[in-house]
Write a protein that binds this ligand. Structure first.
Ligand code: NIG
Ligand code: FE
Length: 420
């Protein structure tokens, strides 16, 4: 007798996925599975099986069936780097940059991160939750079902806790799964401008323990750059974070070649992000330590910076990169992983298969979620997309339009654009 299940997806031209629960490195980055004439069975929130349509239809009796109408089925995207808790946008700075101002000049004139800090400090928790929920709606529209979410625009104990509580509250009422990261070391707040050492002490002695005690973040991140947190301060803060049980993520070598990648490797970080100015030695160190480089190819474009991350060199060196939007109001205001993939193809010379693995499995692994999401395999959470494209390579090839028709999160259909 056929087994009763919740949902069967069929009618896809391709079902495409990376496989496994470990990050895929080097040549393995492109080793995806492509199933044709296949169906996908979902039950109890999880993927049960992918296989040829006829035997699947014999084996299972589905309560609901969805027709992919000749489109492509892929795993829900995982965005491994975002700053989604903010109250105000910064379109003025975008225009200033198009007129020639640099990101650093704008920051030094009181704009940049500090302008978002003013907004967050003046906003209530309720207002920030409402805004974050809107952002999460857009992530979901674009097919992203898991989002790493950083604090970092509060920069006081009270305001950082507020941001992390906002992430917990919004995550509890939205289908997008959030992975919370504490980024109290994003900038020096104005009240510590002339006492930088005192802010580092405050982070180590008060803020990190308070966040740990409340269980509000899985990871601790830092902006390691000469004009913000240098290597010594970064090491001190991150060693304390590690002691307190946080996983580590770092913004490194983004604007200058400081050697942040080597620090990420030394500390055994989960990820080292940005890396536009990484050295060959930095790449080697990341490989040896198994750190996932999280690449954000839209950021240099958005900041009008020439230097781009050596993505190809990283893959040749055997690294396992993830891709991310870096969604934030300053250096990248988009929630679209398909857009990221197009630019990773054009600028980093990643193939569509490499882009897909980097935007799903590798991103999930960098967030400690490799066993539960990031691929379409039996036992994993059923986070599944139906795209209205005829071939998975269209994810890179086409841009400027959202190809995501149906989003399934935890086995439930949470978006169906075919009906709207
Ligand atoms: O990832 N590099 C530092 N932080 C962000 C930018 C944040 C902002 O400008 O508000 C980034 O690019
Ligand atoms: Fe960032």
């Amino acid at each position: 007798m056929a087994q009763a299940i919740d949902l069967m997806l069929r009618g896809a031209r391709q079902i495409v996925t990376a496989t496994g629960s470990q990050p895929r490195a080097g040549a393995g980055l492109a080793a995806i599975e492509i199933h044709e004439n296949a169906a996908l069975a979902i039950d109890d929130g999880c993927i049960l099986e992918i296989g040829p349509v006829a035997p699947m239809e014999k084996r299972y009796q589905a309560r609901h069936t969805l027709d992919a109408e000749g489109g492509v089925i892929v795993p829900g995207f995982v965005d491994a780097h975002t700053h989604p808790v903010f109250a105000t946008t910064r379109e003025v700075e975008f225009e200033q940059r198009t007129q020639g101002a640099t990101y650093t000049e704008i920051s030094q004139a009181g704009g940049g991160i500090l302008s978002s800090v003013r907004g967050v400090r003046g906003a209530s928790k309720e207002e920030l939750v409402a805004r974050l929920l809107l952002h999460l709606d857009r992530f979901l529209d674009m097919g992203t079902t898991t989002v790493e979410a950083k604090s970092g625009y509060g920069l006081s104990l009270e305001d950082e806790l507020k941001c992390l509580e906002v992430i917990a509250l919004a995550g509890a009422q939205h289908p997008v799964e959030l992975v919370p990261t504490f980024l109290g070391a994003h900038e020096f707040p104005p009240e510590f401008r002339d006492r930088r050492g005192a802010y580092v002490d405050h982070l180590v002695q008060d803020m990190l323990p308070a966040v740990a005690e409340r269980g509000l973040a899985e990871y601790c991140d830092i902006f390691t750059e000469a004009h913000v947190f240098g290597l010594d301060d970064s090491r001190r803060i991150l060693e304390r974070a590690r002691e307190l049980g946080f996983g580590l993520r770092l913004h490194v070598d983004q604007l200058t070649p400081l050697g942040g990648a080597e620090l990420a490797a030394e500390l055994g970080a989960a990820s080292a992000d940005h890396l536009e100015f990484v050295s060959d030695h930095g790449i080697e160190s990341l490989g040896a330590a198994g750190v996932v480089p999280v690449l954000c190819p839209l950021v240099p474009l958005y900041l009008r910076v020439e230097q781009e991350v050596p993505g190809r060199r990283m893959v040749s060196a055997g690294l396992a990169p993830a891709l991310a939007t870096d969604f934030n109001p300053g250096s990248c205001y988009t929630q679209s992983m398909p857009e990221v993939m197009t630019w990773a193809a054009l600028r980093l010379r990643f193939s569509a298969a490499e882009c897909l693995t980097a935007s799903t499995l590798n991103a999930a692994c960098s967030l400690g979620r490799g066993a539960s999401v990031g691929s379409l395999e039996p036992g994993k959470r059923a986070n599944v997309l139906i795209l209205d494209q005829p071939d998975y390579r269209h994810l890179c090839y086409e841009f400027g339009r959202n190809p995501v028709r149906v989003v399934i999160a935890g086995g439930k259909v949470v978006r169906d654009a075919r009906r709207s």
